[in-house]
Design a protein around this ligand. Structure first.
Ligand code: BGC
Length: 390
């Protein structure tokens, strides 16, 4: 008798909890989609996601924006997506607009990692958590998490590719190399450059690799806004001043938008054998993959941004449900790709930001099919050129 009474009391407590939980979600009932995740993601945390992307002019952000939008929407969230035309003031205004709109979570890929402290202080005041997406946002304690690829490894893969391609451990050289890096306002750019430079430094020190321009410091090789035409002009100057009668062996470019400019400069201004120049990149932009197929670019480091968006979604859902995500998110989410939880590498000036880091892949002409097409990220047209899906 006693046991039955206890069971009844327990049951009523459980039911009361269940009712309270349903009540919490009542306000979100207009959301369609996967109700299971929706309940977990929105209870107490709201359902409006603000996504601030830097620009439509650099190919990858279009993909990031649409993957993020699509994924959050598919779980029943309302999404506000902004692009800020690579203009810092515009991005500040856009984020202010998102906050005024009542977003419950911000996902921000910064144009300038140093310029968002004030507007993000506002986010913190409004209790809006912020995920720093792909690029680390500096000098603000408003950031909860960072989601990106292992940026140093991206550069390292480029450097190691060059080392292996030239067989630097066995060949005497000397080979000529020039570096082109990214936007100094983007915290990633230094990581990419350092990763590549560190992988090649011992060969430069040994005189096996020579930088004829003498430009080996990040500030000398950086490209404002990752702009293709700026990379083109700088490289034309380098070719004109240093390679009129010399062979260029490597153009180490941090990403595809800069590689595109450098390739154009080689096409127009390099007198030597263009097919022999090793050109690196990053992202798998459509034009660059076409150049890889045509032999004008040698490799790109591919980062599956669809997976970066997936991590951001699961992280966002967990944050909004009041959890404090950590390493266990990786297991719980059951992603079919590699991702690590890092609590030491990315200090934004206010402390280390817990980071989820995905793993980049080297893509060359030989493995485009396997890495990009068979995996479903790209389709191949009947002329043999890949095109991104989504
Ligand atoms: C991204 C790269 C991209 C570059 C320019 C970086 O922050 O990590 O993937 O190539 O910005 O858009």
């Amino acid at each position: 008798m006693k046991a039955k009474k206890l069971l009844a009391v327990l049951l009523s407590v459980v039911m009361a909890f269940a009712l309270v939980a349903c009540g919490d979600n009542g306000g979100n009932s207009s959301n369609s989609g996967n109700s299971e995740t929706k309940e977990e993601g929105t209870s107490g945390g709201g359902n409006k996601i603000g996504i601030a992307m830097p620009t439509k002019s650099l190919e990858r952000w279009n993909r990031d924006g649409s993957f993020l939008e699509e994924q959050f929407k598919s779980k029943g969230y309302e999404v506000k997506l902004t692009y800020s035309d690579n203009k810092i003031d515009q991005q500040v205004k856009d984020i202010e607009g998102l906050l005024a709109d009542g977003v419950n979570l911000l996902v921000v890929a910064a144009i300038d990692g140093e310029s968002l402290s004030q507007v993000l202080a506002q986010a913190k005041e409004q209790n809006v958590p912020v995920i720093s997406y792909d690029r680390l946002i500096m000098n603000t304690d408003a950031i909860s998490y960072y989601v990106s690829f292992d940026n140093y490894t991206v550069g390292k893969l480029q450097g190691e590719f060059v080392r292996d391609k030239l067989d630097l451990d066995n060949q005497a050289g000397p080979f000529n190399i020039e570096f082109t890096a990214g936007d100094p306002a983007d915290n990633n750019a230094g990581f990419f450059f350092n990763g590549a430079f560190d992988a090649l430094k011992s060969y430069i020190d040994a005189g096996k690799l020579v930088v004829q321009s003498g430009q080996t410091a990040f500030d000398q090789v950086a490209t404002q806004q990752w702009d293709t035409s700026k990379a083109l002009t700088r490289f034309q100057n380098i070719l004109g001043s240093n390679y009129a009668d010399k062979q260029l062996d490597v153009a180490l470019c941090s990403n595809d938008s800069t590689a595109l400019g450098v390739t154009q400069a080689i096409e127009s201004d390099y007198k030597g054998d263009k097919t022999k120049v090793i050109v690196t990149g990053q992202d798998g932009d459509e034009a660059n993959l076409a150049n890889i197929v045509d032999g004008k670019q040698t490799m790109t480091v591919y980062k599956a941004v669809a997976n970066e968006a997936k991590v951001t979604l699961d992280l966002g859902v967990a944050i909004l449900s009041g959890k404090k995500p950590d390493e266990s998110l990786i297991k719980e989410s059951g992603w079919d790709f590699e991702c690590s939880y890092d609590t030491s590498s990315y200090d934004n000036g206010t402390g280390v930001i817990p980071s989820y880091l995905l793993v980049p892949t080297v893509v060359t002409k030989d493995n485009i099919q396997k890495e990009l097409v068979d995996t479903g990220y790209y389709t191949m047209d009947d002329k043999g050129y890949p095109h991104p899906v989504g």
